[in-house]
Design a protein around this ligand. Sequence first.
Ligand code: TYC
Length: 99
Amino acid sequence: MPETVLLPKPETRTGRPRLFKVILLNDDFTPRDFVVKVLKAVFRMTEGEALGVMLTAHRKGACVVAVYTQEVAETKARQATDMGARAGYPLAFTTEKEG
Ligand code: TYC
């Protein structure tokens, strides 16, 4: 019987992981101070950082919040979107592959 050769899993890779942007989308209903609260809680932003990101999304329609590995980006986007939904707001965060 030939020996079984265990090959490394395809996802066992070295090198740089793919990065994903978390993007905040504007809406007409979520209060500004609630958006700031979510950004501080989920993305560990200061008040000033959160205000800047919120205002950019408010004025331009969307703003990049931060960049993470795929799993972290998707988890944070879901947690932040869930915070809005639990409070009855349509606040939405999406993710997008970098580059
Ligand atoms: N546009 C909202 C308002 O005027 C505030 C807001 C800003 C909502 C940014 C979402 O991503 C957002 N109350």
